[in-house]
Design a protein around this ligand. Structure first.
Ligand SMILES: [Zn+2]
Length: 187
């Protein structure tokens, strides 16, 4: 066992915590250990940027990665990612800033091993090879976005809100018409 202690295969063992980058690949076969404490410009996460009304925002990331002990090779990704994301309000179509704070407690492992991962971690199955830390954070953020963001207070909505709500009402009324006809036919 002694020869593995200073083995170059395990460089993270003695060294201080390594700074990680968004481009670092997470593969359970490589025992990455490190931390990421940075502001992440949304522009670096193109799929997330596409879901926002403005990509000129920065997220706060405090993430640590370490190998997980257990029967299956896995990496723990823990920490949080937070920010105020500019989304399209579904009531007035103007920008509404939604505070997102996503806690991460993930176990990254090859798909199919989910049941053998330590308790207390949410499995993050790898289907097609390693994932970059940035891509993983982006996926987690996309999943945490509200499906229908709206201004909390309807008063904060822009002038289009009234028009849109009356249009929606009209659509609902039109959709009811065919049923009304059926009712008449049955009589
Ligand atoms: Zn609104």
């Amino acid at each position: 066992m002694e020869h593995t202690f200073d083995s170059p295969r395990n460089p993270g063992y003695h060294s201080p915590i390594m700074p990680l980058a968004l481009t670092d690949l997470l593969s359970p076969d490589v025992p990455v250990q490190g931390e990421l404490h940075v502001g992440v410009p949304v522009a670096e996460l193109p799929r997330l940027a596409a879901a926002l009304t403005d990509s000129d925002v920065e997220l706060e990331a405090d993430i640590s990665v370490r190998p997980l002990a257990g029967p299956v090779a896995a990496l723990a990704v823990e920490g949080r990612i937070a920010g105020a994301l500019p989304l399209r309000c579904q009531r007035c179509l103007e920008t509404v800033r939604i505070e997102i704070e996503q806690a991460l407690n993930l176990a990254v492992a090859v798909a199919g091993n989910e049941e053998q991962l330590p308790a207390g971690f949410e499995p993050w199955p790898l289907v097609a090879g390693p994932v970059s830390l940035g891509q993983l954070l982006e996926d987690e953020l996309l999943l945490s976005l509200p499906l229908a963001p709206v201004h909390e207070d309807a008063q904060a909505c822009g002038p289009l809100a009234d028009t849109l709500s009356s249009m929606q009402q009209e659509t609902t009324e039109q959709a009811e018409n065919p049923f009304a006809v059926l009712k008449d036919l049955k009589r």
